[in-house]
Ligand binder design. Structure first.
Ligand SMILES: [Fe+2]
Ligand SMILES: [Fe+2]
Length: 365
């Protein structure tokens, strides 16, 4: 209630920054008007605005789904310990992941642990504000890998029939295009998007021949970055529509960790061994062969590109960050990648409902 009758300077600063029209009118009329105008605008008490709650609930759901997929990677390709328990590892899979970087098991472990903390924190914060935590346990019905090393439990996500979108690779290397300006981007690994491929061994038969299990590890290497670039865009996209400075702080503090993950993974993806999977024809091309900067593997810093308007000078940025429809865009992207193949209609209804509510959130509402 204190926040309603006596808004902090920081809060009004953010409002005047983001709500130019309202703030300009209120400021012109004097600070007394500003103080009384904000409570009428922001339907918040000690808790969260409905918009902030919707954004946090959606993020919690996505973090739970991220955790589920990373857990599967960690059981077979990471380090199983007290921080990230479950599974026994798969030596043959780990050896091929290590072609991308010797430290892959440690990175997989750490990314998995981070995702656990993301949803656990957001859920705890929701509860602390009188809202409710997100729980997707009833949708843990998808099968586990049958390969030695994986737990045999129900899963939320499917890593065994992926159609991985690798357009982020060319998007972050383009100096002229931005998805927020309507541009589209070529796939770095066109074959991955064109079929359904495992990113973890489905069973022990998948551990040979050599180029088959290497192709599975390569697929994982690209999928890691596909997932984490999504988070890198999602947090800044949604941050533009949160109301509370503290919720903004949460989004601005978690979001860049997704980008730290992405940056690591896009470096490793460039080390994927060029090959053709002898079992299904999936091709991982030599990305440096064409000489084009759009696929040059060591261009891992975001190339500067156009932002907001093509008349501004180019700038190195996260892209996309358009806020309209960002939540549903993320769900559609993950769905198109095949991550939820086999999930129930009810699962999609719940996920779409959370995304729609997040996309309906407005500052102060
Ligand atoms: Fe996360
Ligand atoms: Fe993540």
């Amino acid at each position: 209630m204190e926040g309603q009758s006596n808004p902090s300077p920081r809060r009004s600063t953010r409002r005047s920054f983001l709500l130019t029209g309202l703030a300009v009118g209120a400021t012109a009329a004097g600070s007394g008007v500003l103080a009384s105008a904000i409570p009428a605008f922001a339907k918040t008490t000690g808790g969260l605005t409905s918009g902030d709650a919707a954004i946090l609930k959606f993020l919690s759901a996505l973090e739970i789904l991220e955790t589920d997929l990373w857990q599967q990677y960690n059981e077979l390709g990471g380090i199983q310990d007290a921080e990230v328990p479950g599974g026994d590892g798969s030596d043959a899979y780990i050896k091929k992941l290590q072609v991308l970087d010797q430290d892959m098991p440690q990175y997989i472990h750490d990314n998995t642990e981070d995702e656990f903390t993301h949803f656990t924190f957001i859920n705890a914060y929701l509860v602390s504000k009188g809202s409710s935590a997100i729980n997707l346990d009833k949708f843990r019905n998808l099968p586990s890998s049958k390969a030695t090393g994986a737990q045999k439990i129900g899963r939320l996500t499917n890593l065994m029939e992926l159609s991985v979108d690798t357009s982020w690779f060319t998007r972050y290397r383009s100096r002229t295009k931005n998805p927020d300006l309507g541009d589209s981007f070529a796939q770095a690994i066109p074959g991955l998007k064109a079929g359904k491929f495992p990113a973890i061994p489905r069973n022990d038969a998948d551990l040979a021949p050599d180029d088959h299990i290497q192709a599975i590890a390569n697929t994982a290497g690209f999928h890691f970055a596909t997932i984490e670039q999504g988070g890198s865009s999602l947090y800044p996209s949604l941050a533009q529509r949160v109301s509370s400075p503290e919720v903004l702080r949460i989004l601005l503090s978690i979001g860049p960790t997704e980008t730290m993950h992405f940056q690591t993974w896009q470096d490793k993806a460039g080390n994927a061994k060029p090959l053709t999977d002898p079992t299904n024809g999936l091709v991982f091309p030599d990305l440096n062969k064409s000489g084009s900067e759009d696929t040059q593997t060591n261009l891992i810093m975001p190339e500067p590109t156009f932002f907001l308007k093509r008349t501004f000078p180019v700038v190195s940025i996260i892209r996309p960050t358009e806020t309209t429809g960002a939540a549903m865009g993320a769900v559609k992207g993950l769905t198109a990648d095949g991550l939820f193949r086999g999930q129930s209609k009810e699962f999609f209804n719940v996920l779409h409902g959370l995304a729609e509510a997040a996309d309906a959130a407005r500052i102060g509402d």
